[in-house]
Design a protein around this ligand. Structure first.
Ligand SMILES: COc1cccc(CC(=N)NC(=O)c2cccnc2OC2CCNCC2)c1
Length: 389
């Protein structure tokens, strides 16, 4: 497949594959700040750039509506991600965020928001190099404006604005293969409400399986089993930060979290992110942690249901409790909170529980990418300690 745009960018190129003489690390050197293009890239004449203040209720609603109607769908176009407004405010306002990296495209004549792309700053370690990067997300072009080549100019514009803050690398994911993935992950789903999942076509009744047998197969206990398992609270931030920093150190690519990051990203926020920990009843030491974020999907064209309530595995750490048992408690809590499905990628140590906890493989893959940073060999998913929203 020809990638007219990506062949012009500082990313691993197919022609470089196998050329182990190329060093790991930045592909291009930083541009002297005075030489970074000061003015925005040109858009087609009908459109204009519009920095979006997600903190504004009106603008957040415009972004929400654009994504709700035009963002990523599954391969069979049966579901579309339906990020909530509170999720968008949370995802786009991490410590140190730049409003200028929340970029919209509007129709000049009507001011209608028709496209969007975002970046947020994050410290990502690659092997033992900690690099400040932009995490790029929410690239969305209105369905009616597809194949007008808007995406390349939006990617160049967010790159320009990231460069203006003296940041030269980025991380992003996509369901499509571009030059060149640093890792390719499989996604898995654990049914919590199998009857609804089958009704809406997310799952199919197994061969030689009845509906009642299927409901029984996925049944979970009413309450969690690990002694000391409880919701994370503000007072837990220092201990959880220590726990997660130590745990993520084992992966080749992983975020470097400080206490501010942990407080923002992992402290429970209603309908956005849930996190639990195990506090030893004897020593009161915090030994384990699990978390998931809430990303519903609109169900396209089903008469009985409009929304799929999905939990996405986020960061999970064990030092005492078996990961299998901790994750089963996460499933139990998600079921208690009426989620229909619990999704996970095969990153970190997730592979060790997926099959045993009755996850089924999804029908797609999620590819991870770094911009302007070469990694000599693609990573196994188990070497990846980074979960993007
Ligand atoms: C069930 O509704 C869907 C609506 C749109 C797309 C997909 C399939 C899909 N593309 N799933 C994932 O990318 C995925 C599957 C498991 C875990 N995380 C995921 O993606 C996350 C991380 C990347 N940004 C989107 C959310 C499913």
């Amino acid at each position: 497949k020809t990638h007219k745009f990506w062949e012009t960018q500082p990313v691993g190129q197919y022609k470089d594959l196998g050329d182990s003489s190329l060093p790991e690390g930045p592909i291009e050197s930083p541009t002297p700040i005075g030489e970074v293009k000061q003015e925005p890239y040109n858009l087609p004449s009908l459109y204009e750039w519009s920095t979006c203040d997600i903190g504004s209720e009106e603008t957040c609603t415009e972004v929400y509506n654009l994504l709700t109607n035009n963002y990523v769908e599954d391969d069979e176009n049966m579901f579309r991600f339906n990020y909530s407004k509170e999720f968008l405010r949370w995802a786009l306002h991490p410590p140190g965020y730049f409003k200028s990296w929340h970029i919209g495209v509007r129709v000049k004549a009507t001011k209608k928001l028709v496209a969007f792309i975002t970046g947020v700053p994050a410290k990502i370690r690659v092997h033992d190099e900690v690099v400040t990067m932009a995490e790029i997300n929410f690239l969305c072009v209105h369905k009616r404006l597809r194949s007008k080549r808007l995406a390349p100019v939006m990617i160049k514009e967010v790159t320009r604005r990231v460069h203006l803050e003296n940041i030269w690398q980025a991380a992003y994911t996509a369901g499509v293969v571009l030059p060149t993935p640093i890792a390719t992950c499989q996604y898995w789903h654990r049914s919590l409400n199998p009857k609804k999942l089958i009704d809406v076509g997310f799952s199919r009744l197994g061969a030689r399986m009845t509906m009642s047998r299927t409901i029984k197969l996925y049944k979970l206990p009413d309450s969690t089993v690990t002694p000391g398992f409880r919701k994370m609270e503000l007072r837990d931030v220092p201990a959880v930060t220590r726990l997660i920093k130590n745990y993520l150190a084992q992966f080749v690519v992983a975020p470097e979290f400080n206490e501010n990051d942990v407080e923002h990203l992992l402290l429970p926020t209603e309908n956005v992110v849930d996190s639990y920990l195990v506090e030893s009843p004897e020593t009161h030491e915090i030994t384990d942690f699990c978390s998931f974020y809430t990303l519903p999907s609109t169900i396209l064209g089903n008469p009985n249901y409009s929304t799929l309530k999905a939990a996405y595995s986020f960061y999970n750490v064990t030092t005492r409790t078996p990961l299998l048992q901790l994750m089963n408690d996460a499933l139990i809590v998600a079921k208690q909170k009426d989620y229909d499905v619990f999704n996970a990628l095969d990153v970190m140590h997730n592979e060790s529980f997926l099959k045993e906890l009755k996850f089924g493989p999804g029908d797609g893959q999620l590819h991870y990418y770094l911009y302007n940073y070469r990694i000599r060999h693609a990573l196994k998913p188990s070497e990846l300690g980074l979960v993007l929203l």
